[in-house]
Design a protein around this ligand. Structure first.
Ligand code: NHR
Ligand code: GAR
Length: 218
């Protein structure tokens, strides 16, 4: 599925609503990336159906068949290789990647994490934000490094928590933001506007000490 030329593989484990936002943006055109394939570690991931419906190639390898993380990651890399990806997008991909995989695609892996990193790395972020009584929440697109949820940040979409008190409602609002900021960040990568260098994000040739923050009212 082609709009631009930066070959992009998307890795998923689940429903794939972020994947759908990429499919929709590429279909509308004016994106610098080309979806070369979708990979899942779960055969029942609904995102695989979304990809097939859009005519995007899919592959699946179940991680349970492997003794170590690195053996699984080497199999994933072999499966991706024919697509010759220049960018790897993690979109709800739930397996921690080994240092070997991260080095193999150094500076070319993006993740979206549903929190305003460095706050709340890890799981159950929406509950933790509500429990802490934070006024703001959001999601962060970052480069993937060996440090979990710790790579250089690129862009954050931010919302006010109020008046939400229910974690599922908060999750839905955060996901609506993700669907806007994640394809945008990938487009910046595909057009050469962002890169990872010296452990930092560079945007238009300038080192970012803080991510780009976009405020949303929804
Ligand atoms: N890999 C590396 N090296 N670095 C990151 O920053 C990564 C990564 C792989 C995935 C996504 C991440 C998130 O945004 C991500 C970032 C899964 C887990 C996890 O604990 C943690 C963080 C993230 C994704 N996974 C369990 C595991 O043993 C399995 C959990 C499950 O299957 O439900 O891999 O939140
Ligand atoms: C997204 O909200 C993403 O930020 C989060 O999972 C959701 C995936 O939704 N990622 C993680 O929590 C990674 N551990 P999707 O499958 O509908 O795109």
């Amino acid at each position: 599925m082609s709009s631009g030329t930066c070959k992009t593989a998307i890795l998923i484990s689940g429903s794939g609503t972020n994947l759908q936002s990429f499919i929709d943006r590429v279909a509308r055109g004016s994106m610098s990336i080309d979806l070369c394939g979708v990979f899942s570690n779960r055969p029942d991931a609904y995102g695989l159906t979304r990809a097939r419906d859009a005519g995007v190639e899919t592959k699946c390898i179940e991680h349970g068949r492997f003794d170590t993380r690195e053996q699984f990651d080497r199999a994933v890399t072999a499966a991706l290789a024919p697509w010759e990806p220049e960018l790897i997008v993690l979109a709800g991909f739930m397996r921690i990647l080994s240092p070997w995989f991260v080095r193999h695609y150094e500076g070319r892996i993006l993740n979206i994490h549903p929190a305003l990193l460095p706050r709340y790395p890890g799981l159950n972020t929406h509950e933790r934000v509500l429990d802490a009584g934070d006024t703001h929440h959001g999601s962060t697109v970052h480069f993937v490094t060996e440090e979990l949820d710790g790579g250089p940040r690129i862009v954050q979409g931010r919302i006010r928590v109020a008046p939400t008190t229910d974690p599922d409602d908060l999750m839905r609002r955060v996901q609506a933001i993700e669907h806007q900021i994640y394809p945008t960040a990938a487009d910046w990568f595909g057009s050469g506007r962002i890169r990872m260098q010296d452990g930092a994000t560079w945007l238009d040739g300038e080192r970012l000490d803080e991510p780009v923050v976009l405020d949303f009212d929804l």
